[in-house]
Design a protein around this ligand. Structure first.
Ligand SMILES: C[S@@+](CC[C@H](N)C(=O)[O-])C[C@H]1O[C@@H](n2cnc3c(N)ncnc32)[C@H](O)[C@@H]1O
Length: 320
């Protein structure tokens, strides 16, 4: 019961739209089985990644398409399914055929998940400077400026493919000057801490409420010598943490960011930056209001697809 796979039976023409819906609802990976992809293939032809395809050996759909989204285990499945069903049915309004529109969920265990991942996860250039590389890929940077983040995402959120993570890496690139102290709240796979170290950030402490995430982050930090001195531990938000740092990053749902705001204020140096992501459109106003209410100044708002992020700084008393 470690992951929840939500499979949508749909038409070939709706594959892109359904993949978007699943990602938008928080799927960390999407797998497509589209009969159309197999329709014109002849046995022995080369596949997308250079492999020889034996149609007899690949189980595939004979008609229509199935799009499966993989969600972290903490999603509330009945609500998720009902939302996805509603959004798939609405595709008709955009002249897209939702096909059967059936939505089913199943639990996926660790072993199956790892296998799925390795098939669908490939190097991803997230910004002009940073590329995320699955641990098992042999990847050569295209220039000296391209820095690599090696990840084995395992069971933790944070493959770098999700818009909320990408927003945060962009925000980090905007603010990092080198040598800052930083806290990564809700580190997941550790991706943001590793990205920060690649951008020259100094001391980093990373926390997650989930022990599995902490183990995964530690494993990923071991894969990236640049991040060797990142400290990782189990902690809920910044409970019991009393320090003064230059940067705090948190890619968590808005509802969780809200109680973090006063804690972030307390743990930031005057002028220190608070980077938040994981905010859906409907909650952007709430987060902005709470930030301003706790003496943060919003420097920049970022958006990717339907996700929002913000760069704020702790107001300096007497100056702002
Ligand atoms: C959306 S993931 C972000 C992972 C990674 N930082 C990234 O940007 O891709 C959110 C993470 O926050 C963690 N989390 C949720 N509630 C938390 C809390 N109260 N305190 C600390 N971590 C929490 C989850 O376990 C999960 O790993």
């Amino acid at each position: 019961m470690d992951w929840t796979a939500v499979k949508v039976i749909t038409s070939s023409e709706a594959v892109e739209a359904v993949s978007y819906i699943l990602t938008n609802e928080g799927a960390v990976g999407v797998q497509i089985d589209d009969a159309k992809d197999f329709a014109n293939l002849k046995p022995g032809r080369y596949g997308k990644y250079g492999e020889i395809i034996d149609l007899q050996e690949i189980p595939h759909r004979k008609n229509g398409a199935a799009v499966t989204g993989y969600f972290p285990r903490n999603v509330f499945v009945p609500e998720l399914i009902s939302t996805i069903k509603g959004r798939v049915a609405k595709l008709k309004d955009y002249q897209l055929d939702p096909g059967a529109g059936l939505v089913v969920s199943e639990a996926v265990n660790n072993k199956d998940w790892a296998t799925v991942w390795q098939k669908y996860y490939h190097p991803l250039r997230v910004t002009s400077q940073l590329t995320i590389v699955p641990q098992w890929e042999d990847y050569q940077p295209s220039s000296a400026n391209e820095k690599l983040i090696f990840l084995d995402p395992g069971m933790a959120f944070g493959t770098g493919t999700h818009p909320t993570t990408r927003l945060m890496i962009e925000a980090l690139e905007i603010v990092a000057r080198g040598g800052e102290s930083m806290i990564d709240v809700g580190t997941g796979s550790g991706v943001l801490s590793i990205a920060a170290k690649q951008l020259g950030v100094g001391q980093v402490a990373a926390y997650d409420i989930d022990e599995v995430a902490v183990r995964s982050a530690k494993k990923n930090i071991d894969l990236n010598p640049v991040a060797a001195d990142v400290k990782v531990g189990v902690n809920s938000l910044l409970d019991g943490i009393h320090t003064q740092v230059d940067l705090i990053v948190a890619n968590i749902l808005a509802e969780i960011i809200v109680p973090l705001i006063p804690q972030a204020f307390e743990n930031l140096k005057p002028g220190g930056r608070f980077l938040v992501s994981g905010i859906i459109k409907d909650k952007a106003d709430l987060v902005e209001r709470e930030l301003k209410g706790h003496h943060f100044v919003i420097d920049q708002k970022l958006r990717m697809k339907d996700w929002y992020g913000m760069i704020a700084h702790k107001a300096v008393e007497g100056q702002e």
